[in-house]
Design a protein around this ligand. Structure first.
Ligand SMILES: Cc1cc2nc3c(=O)[nH]c(=O)nc-3n(C[C@H](O)[C@H](O)[C@H](O)COP(=O)(O)OP(=O)(O)OC[C@H]3O[C@@H](n4cnc5c(N)ncnc54)[C@H](O)[C@@H]3O)c2cc1C
Length: 602
């Protein structure tokens, strides 16, 4: 049996992957009514996160399908910008999402769901052997995936009040101490916005934000764009709002020291925004439905842990929110997470065979980042249990690979959120070609079936054929003109083609030069990536290597030059010293070998 501790976005993917690869899986959760819970913004996707969701789908994961089924408004972000930064985003019905996520776990014949708190991970000779719950029940395992999210020793803070609790008023997990397993812990923090009653919003004073009808679905199984069934709205804070927040900064737990955990710099709370960006006269506030029939609205952009009174006073200065009633106050939550550099690229804990970790527990932030890690951890837990080689994704293949590589090689000092700027290959890692990049790997693993592969092959074939046809008709030159689109071409023989194929044809023709350049950069970097580091017992013996680099290499023991090059503190000069050491080493070995041959000959 494989144990998955957590039924959040990481746990769902880990459990489904391991079960789909033939293993019996038990999913443990503190509360089975919060499976796939969205304690923060009720949305899936967004810049770079949209790419992650499509990659998860291409590899055989669940989030894309769940999102297409349970989301209520769809938009393509950065539509007017280059293809590398275009990302689908959807407003989710968080209740429908949680219900459906629980249903797919319950309906899976290999999966058992269990509401109880795991308090101990049992190991023997460096291998995980069982998990134990707070009631003393022991569950023998072949492998286990830790996906505890924001629950470990979590503490919720509003104003000067703090209490041990998980998100959304759920219980914290205080019994499980991962440091006892030798996994170093960090204290992180995140926060969320207040929810308000929809009937207390004046919608005549705010800007409607419509959904779009041509945003592609997250899942490559869906051929039709999903329907937008809900509206969002936009309003703005103003100087009066900022004044109230600034006047009460001493009451903010972020400023009066009540909060110790480190928060995400790129997702600041409103009280930090009005201090850090004091020159800005206003900040956008998106009013988002929590569900299709929900009366609660989420205020995206007003994350706060100010006292409730201050939150209300500040909100009532905002246009459209003058009479607003809060249904749930914004709050901050601190929690323990592990130092992700203690994980291998397969997300296995160093020194504890069979123990994997994924999600917010590994220092990331976001449903999509959690789901991506959960999928890879679940796959590797199954492969480990089958005694098969691990599955890892190079950063050149995907945002999933970039995410995991950044976490396990560089680590993170704040909740890590995916951004397109984190990838040096973002023009190759677009949302629209995630299937081409990852579906064959999912197929090889056994998570993608023949039918999906067949559809992908048809799409690729149609794309190639159409580009060749346009080249023969000398239309590619025209299509390269930025103002012209595929359907603007004077081309009476144009065949009937699916939207996804036309999108590929346009992108490949228009960005051919950029794509080729990035591809050749990728090829040269891959050589470094695959080049194995020379065996070395103690790197401090390598001439020219800095003390810090030797120390870091001895600790991390990276397998390749590529991995070594990304460890913080290892400079290009250190990499050169290693290359020289390798060349000399092989020269020395060649010399020795030839001498031995001579000796033998003699
Ligand atoms: C207040 C708040 C604000 C947030 N704000 C943002 C944001 O602005 N942007 C963003 O990108 N992300 C944000 N997030 C993060 C986002 O919610 C998480 O990234 C995502 O939910 C992580 O998914 P996960 O699967 O790792 O963990 P979670 O979704 O937290 O799920 C953890 C699971 O583990 C279970 N569990 C924990 N300990 C045990 C145990 N000992 N035994 C059994 N079960 C256990 C829980 O019951 C739960 O099922 C926020 C989260 C919170 C709580």
């Amino acid at each position: 049996m494989i144990a998955v501790i957590g039924a959040g976005h990481a746990g769902i993917e880990a459990a489904m992957a391991a079960a789909n690869l033939g293993h019996k899986v038990t999913v443990f959760a503190m509360n089975l009514d919060s499976v796939g819970n969205m304690p923060c913004n009720p949305s899936i996707g967004g810049v770079a996160k949209g790419q992650l969701v499509r990659e998860i789908d291409a590899l055989g994961g669940q989030m894309g399908k769940l999102a297409d089924l349970c989301c209520i408004q769809f938009r393509m972000l950065n539509r007017g910008k280059g293809p590398a930064v275009r990302s689908p985003r959807a407003q989710a019905d968080r209740y429908a999402y949680s219900r459906r996520a629980k249903q797919i776990l319950e309906e899976h014949p290999q999966i058992r769901l269990l509401q109880c708190e795991i308090s101990e991970i049992e190991t023997n000779n460096g291998k995980v052997t069982a998990v134990k719950d707070i009631f003393g029940q022991r569950y023998p395992v072949k492998a286990a995936v830790l996906a505890n999210g924001t629950y470990l020793r979590s503490r919720v803070v509003v104003g000067g009040n703090a209490r041990e609790a998980g998100p959304d008023g759920l219980l914290a997990s205080n019994a499980l101490d991962l440091s006892a397993l030798g996994l170093p812990l960090k204290r992180f923090k995140t926060g969320t916005s207040p929810r308000v009653h929809s009937d207390t919003v004046d919608y005549t004073q705010v800007e409607p934000q419509e959904g779009e009808s041509d945003t592609p679905a997250f899942s490559f199984d869906s051929t039709e764009p999903p329907e937008s069934r809900a509206m969002c709205w936009l309003t703005w804070t103003n100087e009066r709002t900022h004044e109230i927040l600034r006047q009460n900064l001493s009451l903010s737990p972020l400023y009066n020291g009540t909060i110790e955990g480190i928060g995400p710099r790129n997702c600041p709370s409103i009280e930090i925004k009005v201090v850090k960006f004091a020159d800005k006269p206003r900040h956008p506030l998106f009013i988002e439905p929590m569900g299709l029939d929900a009366k609660e609205m989420y205020l995206q952009g007003f994350s706060s842990s100010m006292p409730v009174g201050v939150q209300i006073e500040a909100l009532r200065t905002v246009k459209g929110l003058e009479r607003v009633e809060i249904t749930r106050p914004g709050y901050a939550i601190e929690y323990d997470c592990i130092d992700s550099t203690y994980l291998s690229p397969a997300l296995m804990a160093r020194g504890i065979e069979g123990l994997f970790a994924a999600g917010q527990l590994c220092g990331s932030s976001g449903y999509e980042e959690a789901a991506a890690q959960g999928l890879v951890a679940g796959i590797n837990a199954a492969l480990y249990a089958d005694n098969k080689p691990t599955f890892t994704l190079p950063r050149s293949s995907s945002y999933i690979g970039t995410l995991i590589d950044d976490l396990v090689t560089r680590g993170t000092d704040e909740p890590y959120r995916m951004m397109t700027s984190r990838s040096e290959f973002r023009l190759l890692l677009r949302h629209d070609n995630a299937d081409e990049r990852l579906m064959p790997m999912g197929f090889e693993l056994g998570l993608v079936d023949n039918e999906r592969m067949e559809r992908l092959n048809i799409k690729l074939k149609q794309t190639e054929t159409e580009i060749k046809r346009l080249e023969r008709k000398r239309l590619t030159e025209k299509l390269r003109r930025p103002e012209l689109k595929y359907f603007d071409l004077d081309d009476p023989e144009r065949p009937e083609l699916p939207g996804a194929v036309i999108e590929q044809v346009e992108l490949r023709v228009k960005y051919e030069g950029y794509i080729r350049r990035q591809q050749s950069m990728l090829n040269s970097m891959s050589k470094m990536e695959e080049r194995r580091l020379p065996e070395c017992d103690d790197y401090s013996s390598v001439p020219g290597l800095s003390y810090e680099a030797a120390e870091k290499l001895n600790a991390a023991r990276p397998a390749t030059f590529g991995l070594a090059g990304r460890i913080p503190g290892i400079s290009p000069a250190d990499i050169t010293a290693l290359m020289i050491h390798e060349t000399h080493g092989s020269a020395r070995r060649a010399l020795c070998d030839s001498r031995m041959e001579d000796d033998n000959a003699r």
